[in-house]
Design a protein around this ligand. Structure first.
Ligand code: NI
Ligand code: MN
Length: 225
C-alpha cells in the first residue's frame, strides 16, 4: 500500500488497485506548489469536514477524477450543489462501499462549508485495505472517544493532526496514539500556517521516547505502508 503526502491533511492512499484521496487542498497551499494536481487520479475522495484547508480543491479534483466523493451529509449536500454527481453522504457509524467497510468516527472540531452553510459534524475515518487498518482522525482535539478505536480495531496506522492550535498538538497526538493503541503514526496538519508550525525533529523524538514511530513524509513523497 502506498501513501503519498500532498501537504496539510491531503494525501493519497493506493491499495487494492484503487486510489483514495483525502481532504483535497493543494493549489492554495504554498507548501504544495510543486505538486501538479492535474495529474492526480482517484477512485474515491474522502472529506473529513468542510473547512477550506480540506476542500479547496475538492470540486476541481472530483470533476477531474470522476471519483466517488464521501462526506458527512451536510458537506455532501454542498458538494452536490457544486455540480458533483457521485457523492455519498453519511453520518457516524459504519458504511459499506466497494472497497469494504468504512467507519465514520467522531472528531472534536467544527465544520462549515466554503459558502458558510452548515457543515454538520466533522469526522474521522477508519478503513481496512490490504489487511491493514488505518485511522484518519481529520481535524480533532484529543478525545477519549479514541479509546473506542482500540476496542474495535488493531490499528496499523493512525494519521493524526499534530500542528496544534486548531487540532491536537504533538503531545496530544502521542496520547491519542496511546488511546487508540497504535504505534505507527503519520503526522499531518502542521507547518502550513504560522500557528501550526512545529519542530518536526523534536516531534519525531517525542514519539520515539514513547516507543512510537512518527512518520513525516515530505510533500510529494510516497511511502510504502
Ligand atoms: Ni478544520
Ligand atoms: Mn484544518
Amino acid at each position: 500500500m502506498n501513501f503519498t503526502y500532498y501537504g496539510q491533511s491531503c494525501f493519497l492512499i493506493e491499495a487494492e488497485g484503487k486510489k483514495f484521496l483525502f481532504d483535497p487542498f493543494i493549489k492554495s497551499n504554498p507548501l504544495a506548489k510543486d505538486i501538479d494536481s492535474s495529474k492526480i487520479e482517484a477512485d474515491y475522495i474522502l472529506v473529513s469536514h468542510g473547512h477550506g484547508d480540506h476542500v479547496a480543491d475538492l470540486v476541481e479534483l472530483a470533476k477531474q477524477t470522476n471519483a466517488e466523493v464521501i462526506a458527512m451529509v451536510e458537506v455532501a449536500k454542498w458538494i452536490s450543489e457544486q455540480g458533483i454527481e457521485k457523492v455519498t453522504g453519511l453520518n457516524f457509524g459504519t458504511q459499506q462501499f466497494g472497497f469494504g467497510k468504512l467507519r465514520t468516527v467522531w472528531a472534536v472540531h467544527s465544520s462549515s462549508n466554503p459558502d458558510g452553510s452548515y457543515g454538520g459534524n466533522p469526522a474521522g475515518f477508519v478503513l481496512t485495505l490490504e489487511g491493514k487498518t488505518i485511522y484518519f482522525a481529520g481535524d480533532t482535539s484529543l478525545t477519549v472517544e479514541m479509546k473506542l478505536l482500540a476496542e474495535l480495531y488493531n490499528l496499523d496506522y493512525a494519521i493524526l493532526p499534530i500542528g496544534g492550535h486548531y487540532t491536537m498538538d504533538v503531545d496530544d497526538a502521542i496520547i491519542a496514539a496511546k488511546y487508540a493503541e497504535c504505534d505507527q503514526v503519520i503526522g499531518v496538519h502542521y507547518n502550513t500556517f504560522p500557528p501550526i508550525t512545529i519542530d518536526t525533529e523534536e516531534a519525531v523524538a517525542k514519539f520515539k521516547r514513547e516507543n512510537k514511530t512518527l512518520l513525516l513524509p515530505a510533500i510529494g513523497e510516497t511511502v510504502t505502508l
